[in-house]
Design a protein around this ligand. Structure first.
Ligand SMILES: Cc1ncc(COP(=O)(O)O)c(C=O)c1O
Length: 297
């Protein structure tokens, strides 16, 4: 049972949100318009997935939130243990079975200059029922990606290791553009013209029975990506981490995306190239499905 009304605006729901150490009524979790994080895009966040009432890879996500804040030059005023306790408690209070958790941190309104100054750092954790990004049909048949004109920036122009809101401008632009062209999502190249990732997920390509995945040297090395690398080891599936050029896309048999929200999402085409949901993708999907439920038992 949940006390969250699904489908209503995100600021107009029942329940509680954890904000700076307190559980506040959902509708009261508000910011001032002169918040530093709003003006300069300095917030960092996480996306976590709840299965059977348990948060999958909670420790990894909480550590990454801390590290992302560090990449942006600030420290969170709560320890990882405190944030994990808060997450578990907000999930419990909201009665979430299968859902999503969104922790977010930002600099507050004590200071509006570009420098971080002495603005206080705030943290919130919200959770709601949100079991699937794509439809069951898309999960079965795969989604269609179009290569975007937007690119992942180089590590010396943006804090590429952080899960930072500022980096999601590109994702929103690319995703909206992909939808306008009739695709489900966009494939982003990096600043060198190599294949990087989708707008909210990492990419794996399969040739024969071998997985190939781009080296995450200028984009998020996803927690799901690491999980898949471990699962591939367990399943005896060879993996090559390397730079992949777009000209190679026609040489692969299968393709899938990995992410906390996307889970293991088959891709049926990228531009003119078509892929099937073959043996390797299916084996990874099944193993991931077993893991997310079994780990929690
Ligand atoms: C841009 C981007 N890349 C990759 C990922 C996959 O990361 P994870 O597996 O940690 O969810 C995400 C998801 O948060 C993302 O937003």
């Amino acid at each position: 049972m949940t006390n969250v009304v699904s489908g209503s605006a995100l600021d107009d729901r029942d329940g509680v949100i954890w904000l700076d150490g307190r559980f506040v009524p959902w509708r009261d979790a508000r910011l001032h318009v002169l918040t530093h994080g709003l003006h300069y895009g300095g917030s960092v966040f996480e996306g976590e997935r709840v299965y059977d009432g348990h948060v999958f890879k909670l420790a990894e996500h909480t550590r990454r939130l801390h590290e992302s804040a560090g990449e942006l030059g600030y420290r969170l005023p709560f320890t990882e243990a405190e944030l994990m306790d808060a997450t578990l408690e907000v999930v419990r209070r909201q009665g979430i079975g299968d859902g999503y958790v969104r922790p977010v941190a930002w600099r507050g309104s004590e200071h509006i200059g570009v420098a971080g100054g002495n603005a206080a750092v705030h943290v919130a954790i919200a959770t709601w029922e949100w079991p699937h990004v794509f439809s069951a049909e898309a999960k079965e048949r795969g989604i269609r990606l179009g290569t975007s004109r937007w690119r992942r920036p180089s590590p010396d122009t943006a804090p590429v290791r952080a899960k930072a809101a500022s980096l999601y401008n590109i994702c929103t632009l690319a995703r909206d553009e992909a939808h306008r062209f009739g695709y489900d999502d966009a494939l982003l190249l990096d600043y060198r013209g190599q294949i990087a990732e989708a707008t909210g997920a990492n990419l794996f390509l399969v040739v024969g029975e071998t997985l190939h995945t781009p080296v995450p040297d200028c984009f998020l090395a996803g927690i799901t990506r690491t999980t898949v690398l471990d699962l591939a080891g367990d399943l005896g599936i060879p993996v090559v981490e390397r730079h992949v050029r777009p000209e190679e896309l026609g040489a692969f048999d299968e393709c899938f995306l990995t992410g906390t929200a996307y889970e293991i999402q088959p891709v049926r085409s990228i531009d003119q190239y078509e892929y099937r949901t073959g043996k390797t993708t299916t084996a990874v999907m099944e193993a991931y499905g077993r893991l997310v439920h079994q780990v929690l038992a």
